[in-house]
Design a protein around this ligand. Structure first.
Ligand code: HEM
Length: 80
């Protein structure tokens, strides 16, 4: 799988931001789903994509509601 993953390009000019991006994604996405319930605003809406340099999506509307059961965890410094 890793050999064929080219989201960050490949070779000598591959993305120098890939490690920080992986770190951000692996923190943000689980935190989003842990703290919020996301449901489709319109399950029948058509999802369209235009792909040139970036993939631009349209039609993906979601309702975001904070989960009741989420307990606030005190923030800790990275060296704790
Ligand atoms: C999900 C986030 C990101 C994706 C999908 C992404 C993707 C890419 C891709 C496909 C390339 C071209 C690689 C190639 O030509 O083979 C690239 C280059 C580059 N990216 Fe990213 N990138 C992301 C985030 C970042 C971030 C956060 C930074 C900076 C902090 C960054 C800095 C750069 C730079 C400077 C280059 C040019 C490298 C070079 O030409 O030597 N990228 N990125």
């Amino acid at each position: 799988m890793h050999r064929f993953f080219f989201a960050f390009g490949s070779g000598a000019r591959s993305c120098i931001g890939r490690n920080i991006s992986w770190m951000e994604m692996s923190k943000l996405i689980p935190t989003l789903f842990m703290r919020y319930d996301l449901t489709l605003a319109d399950a029948n809406a058509e999802l369209t994509e235009k792909c040139w340099w970036f993939v631009i999506q349209k039609g993906l509307y979601v309702n975001v509601r904070r989960r009741q059961e989420t307990k606030e965890v005190p923030r800790r410094a990275w060296f704790d």
